[in-house]
Design a protein around this ligand. Structure first.
Ligand code: UDP
Ligand code: MG
Length: 311
């Protein structure tokens, strides 16, 4: 019997890109005859005609399935929903904007079947066509996170990947609410092969990531996969205790020896500012972890489905 492959596609306001995407992936599916395809479009609360487009595809092509959310829950939620709905022996996640070239799929499949990898991931080696400032912060983020976290995150890694059912089940079994897929993928482990490719411009529509959204996402990645900031703030606090202890000694001795009366008001203010700054910062760091714990303990669903092709 033919094995099945599921193509999971998170879609948020992709009405313009979808038809191009479907055409490409359909061509790929014709080339890969040894597999049965299923396409799972996850409509992440799009505000345009994306859902109508998907429904039309589902009417024309019985291999198309879809999940539609009650509102926008974010790409992380959309990917999880796609993985949970998928039934394939192999599952791939692809963006709808053709920035993840579908034609790589054949090579990815070959690597899994012939070379025995559990998972083939992709990374882009260039960041061509991206604002330089964004690339700079992205590089910095990867340096920081790899420095302070146990798991390895690869610079330029995409969410585009082909996995065996075993890997998919492992990813689904990670039930956390604050999902940071790049971390979860590397957390579950398995034999992973990295494929590299040049950055591709999106085919139509525009990116959903503002700089601010990316920044918050990066912070989420750090809090989700490292507790080093907590340790750092404790260390800074400790260092300052020692420094202030030495300073007290110096001041007491100075006063005893030279009888130095009240002076140094400006330096006092500076010290107060510095220390209260550090204190607030540490409370902020603590608050980050606390708020994540708070959200996690609420056990809210990660996404809410409004409709699927099965009704
Ligand atoms: N996406 C989504 N929900 C969102 C934002 C994005 O499902 O809230 C999807 C989007 O439709 C696309 C993929 O995630 O298929 C990647 O988004 P985008 O192309 O905007 O990100 P970029 O490629 O610029 O990183
Ligand atoms: Mg894109």
């Amino acid at each position: 019997m033919k094995k099945k492959i599921s193509v999971v596609v998170p879609c948020y306001n992709e009405e313009e890109a979808l038809k191009y995407f479907y055409k490409e992936i359909n061509d790929v599916s014709k080339k890969m005859k040894e597999l049965n395809f299923e396409f799972i479009f996850v409509n992440d609360g799009s505000k345009d005609k994306t859902l109508d487009e998907i429904k039309q595809l589902a009417i024309d092509d019985k291999r198309v399935r879809y999940v539609s959310f009650s509102r926008n829950f974010g790409k992380e939620a959309a990917m999880l929903a796609g993985l949970e709905y998928s039934r394939g022996d192999f599952v791939t996640i692809m963006d709808a904007d053709l920035q993840d070239p579908p034609e790589l799929l054949e090579e990815m499949y070959r690597l899994i079947v012939e070379e025995g990898y559990d998972c083939v991931s992709t990374r882009r080696v260039t960041r061509k066509g991206e604002p330089p400032i964004r690339s700079f912060f992205a590089r910095m983020f990867y340096q920081i996170i790899n420095g302070i976290s146990d798991i390895e995150m690869v610079d330029g890694a995409r969410d585009y990947r082909l996995m065996t059912r075993q890997v998919v089940d492992a990813i689904i079994s990670v039930k956390e609410y604050n999902r940071y897929s790049k971390g979860i993928f590397s957390f579950v482990g398995f034999n992973t092969k990295w494929l590299e490719y040049e950055n591709v411009q999106r085919i139509a529509g525009e990116t959903k990531w503002s700089f601010w959204k990316l920044f918050v996402y990066a912070l989420e990645g750090i809090t989700a996969f490292s507790t080093t900031p907590l340790i750092l703030s404790a260390i800074v606090g400790f260092v300052f205790c020692i420094v202030s202890f030495i300073m007290i000694l110096v001041i007491v001795l100075k006063t005893l020896i030279f009888g130095d009366p009240v002076s140094g008001w400006p330096s006092l203010v500076c010290i107060i500012f510095l220390l209260s700054g550090i204190q607030l910062f540490s409370v902020g760091v603590l608050g980050q972890y606390l708020s994540k714990t708070y959200l996690e303990t609420k056990r809210r669903p990660i996404y809410i489905v409004k409709e699927t092709e099965e009704k």
